[in-house]
Structure formats: C-alpha cells, structure tokens
Design a protein around this ligand. Structure first.
Ligand code: LLP
Length: 413
C-alpha cells in the first residue's frame, strides 16, 4: 500500500501536502506523486542488489521527464521500448549511455537513432532483428552492443496480458534456439555481443519464477562460455509486483541473495528493469465526484476521471484502492465508481463502500505506474495534470492539456 499517504484531521495528505489543496489549485483529474516514495523505492533496489548492478527504470511505467530526471540523479539507467522513450530520457537527463533498448519491433529509424546516441545495449528479440541491427550499424560504421532476449519458458503466474515468458508469447528467442542465435550474432561483423536478458512478466508476487528464469539463463551462459562466447552482463527484466490491496510480496533482499548465489563468482554484472515497483505506490489519481446516481440495480458514483485517465481497471480488471480525501461521519453507500465515458467498461472500481457526497474528492491509490503513461484522449478528454510533492512543497510537472492540444496535429483545409 501507499506509505506516504496519511489522514491528518480527517483530510488526506501525500507527504506534508493536503490533497484537497492540490485539487483546489490544479483541478481534477490530477495525478499526485510523492518524491520521497520514488527515492525509497529506488534505494530499496540499490541496497538489496548492491554494487555491480545497474537498475534500469522501465520508462513505460511512467515517462514524465521529472520522474526520469529524479531516477537519473539517484543513479538509475533506463529501459526503453521506443525512439520516443529514448528521446524522453535524453530530454530529461542529457544522456543515452545508461539506456537499454527492449521490444520486438524496433524500426530502422529507431535503431539508427539509438546507435547515434550511443545507447548501452539493444535487447534483441529475433534473428531478423539481429540482421537489421547489424546492417544499420554497418552502414553507420559503428558496432552495436547487443544482448539476446531469451524466452526461458517460465510461467510467471500473472495476468495473461502481462505474462511474457511463455512459449506462446511473441517475446524473445526460444530457449532451444539460443545457442545458434548467439553463434549467428557472434559471426555478424557489426555487433558486439555483450549480454543476455529475459523478462517473464509483470506484477509478480512470487520471486520463484524470476529465480527459475535466472537459473536457466546461467545454464546458457555457461554453455556459451564453453563455446568461447563471453558475456559481460545478465539482465533479468522487470521488477517485482506491488501491493494494490493485500498481496503478500517477496523481500527484495531475498530475491537479490538468490540471484547473487546463482551468479556466483562468474564475471558478470547484473541489470534489472523494474518499472511498477519503482513508481506504482508513489502516487494517486485525484478525482471529484460529479454525481451520485441510484440506478435500478446498483448505485453509481460518477467521477470526473475515467478509463482514459486510468485504463487498468477495465483492461486487466485491476483493483485500485479508492479512498475519500476528506473522511465524513455519514452512512456509507455501496457503489460502482465510474467515469463519464460512453462505455460500460468505464469504471475505476466496483462495489466500493464509501462515505461520500456529491462534489467530494476521491483518491485512486497505487496510480503512478501504467496510469498516466497509458492515458488517452478518448472522447476528446484532455489528459490531467501531474504534480510532484516533496515534503512540504510541490511542483507542477505536467500541465493539464487544453482543447487546442487535442487537435494540434490535425490539418484543416
Ligand atoms: N522490461 C520489459 C522488457 C518489459 O516489457 C516490462 C514491462 C518491464 C521491464 C517492466 O516491468 P515491471 O517492473 O513494471 O513489472 N500495463 C501493464 C503492465 C505492462 C508491463 C509491460 N512490460 C499494467 O498496467 O499492469
């Protein structure tokens, strides 16, 4: 759950800043993040894994420039999946040399851009991609540092949409084909084979599958060493899950110790690509209640935030805890919390028990990962603003979109 969220005289604060005050000043829907929570989450990883580990924040979880810059100051690298995410990292931090580039469909233009910017490594997901990177780097007279993403065929036991390490997923190179793929990579003149990686899924609440994936990669690394292919790093992909409600979560230090024991004294550095666990519980989505409506069979709390602001509930049936910003001493109602979008799937929560009235504010918790980064303009809705809180102070880190923003790319004769 969110540790930096507390009631003070019945009113909800993030760190030392009142959420009612922020809603008053910036309007709603509003994303509010705790800088302290970001710092703590990063330091937990850094402390658990120690030296010789590069923590590459997965930009897709939340790519706000201020968040990227904050993580860079803490020592993070970045995991990206598009040229756009690379541009964000460079805009925020001025550098690409701690960036690794994942994803199954990197375009020629993206590869060229990443090579020119000097990224640390491409995580390559197929043989055609190996050839493409080799061609582009040859043309640019550069050598591309690459790692192969191997699909370890481990069941991450998470939601099927975010499970990525099984044979039937589109990701990675099959485990049985890995040796041949490395031999091919080694033979291509414009590649520098530096690593191995995997990513088996997201929101994992058990580290056993992650540890199993690590073991399988190490078996491969040893075979590669015997074959004269010496890797410099092993990248275990995304991080652990977070607590949205009451999930029991693994201790990072236990995960770290198991991984280190498996790596043993091999001369390998470690890369991790956590996204959700670095940001997820650092922020809330603030929304105001427009109406409370009694339907024929159930009640609806209609908020000014909708599925375009936070898609996770409708896309994954994901649970986000929702609490009133001001606690009232009234009878609770049981209601679905829904937005103004014209779809029955437009909900933030179902059958919640809340003591609220019209015009009250709600805080949708654990809303800093895959929240704003997945927001859209569906129904011509302007995306909300984002605020970063730091102790007693706060900064607007993204202004609310305007109507003009919505059509600025459109051309009218
Ligand atoms: N590395 C790669 C190659 C990935 O594909 C992902 C996430 C990560 C790292 C970061 O994983 P994390 O530490 O966040 O678990 N939109 C979904 C999550 C999709 C995750 C996609 N890949 C959600 O809202 O739950």
């Amino acid at each position: 759950m969110m540790t930096n969220l507390k009631y003070n005289n019945n009113s909800l604060f993030i760190e030392n800043v009142s959420l009612s005050d922020l809603a008053q000043q910036f309007g709603t829907p509003l994303y509010v993040y705790s800088q302290n929570a970001l710092t703590n989450a990063f330091n937990n990883y850094a402390q658990a894994f120690g030296d010789n580990t590069l923590i590459c924040y997965a930009v897709k979880a939340n790519g706000n420039l201020s968040i990227l810059r904050h993580f860079a100051h803490l020592g993070a690298g970045f995991d990206i999946v598009s040229g756009g995410e690379l541009a964000r990292v460079i805009q925020a931090t001025g550098s690409a040399n701690r960036v690794i580039f994942s994803g199954v469909g990197k375009s020629i233009a993206e590869i060229e851009y990443a090579l020119k910017q000097g990224i640390r490594c491409f995580n390559v997901e197929s043989l055609p991609e190996l050839h493409r990177i080799n061609d582009v780097s040859g043309r640019l007279k550069l050598k591309a540092p690459i790692s192969l993403r191997i699909n370890p065929d481990v069941d991450a036991k998470t939601h099927p949409y975010i499970s990525t390490g099984l044979k039937n997923n589109k990701f990675g190179i099959a485990y049985k084909d890995a040796m041949d793929a490395y031999k091919l990579a080694q033979s291509l003149p414009n590649l520098d084979v530096v690593g191995i990686d995997c990513h088996i899924g997201s929101q994992l609440t058990d580290v056993a599958p992650l540890v199993e994936a690590c073991k399988r990669l190490i078996v491969l690394i040893d075979k590669l060493t015997e074959a004269g292919i010496h890797l410099k790093h092993i990248d275990l992909g995304g991080g652990v899950g977070i607590r949205y409600l009451d999930e029991s979560l693994p201790e990072l230090s236990l995960y770290a110790n198991q991984v280190k024991n498996i790596i043993g004294n091999r001369n390998l550095s470690l890369i991790l690509e956590p996204g959700r666990s670095l940001v997820g519980n650092a922020g809330v989505l603030l929304t105001r209640i427009e109406h409370i409506k009694q339907g024929e069979e159930k009640n609806f709390i209609i908020t000014d935030a909708a599925m375009n602001d936070l898609m996770r509930p409708t896309l994954y049936q994901a649970y986000h805890h929702i609490v009133p910003v001001v606690e009232r001493n009234i009878e609770p109602i049981v209601a679905d919390i829904v937005g103004p979008i014209c779809e029955s799937g437009d909900f933030l929560g179902k059958e919640r028990n809340l003591k609220v009235e019209e015009n009250d504010l709600l805080a949708v918790c654990s809303a800093a990962a895959y929240a704003m980064s997945m927001a859209s303009n569906y129904n011509a809705r302007c995306r909300g603003a984002e605020v970063m809180v730091n102790h007693d102070s706060y900064t607007l880190i993204r202004r609310r979109e305007t109507m003009q923003d919505l059509w600025q790319c459109e051309l009218l004769d």
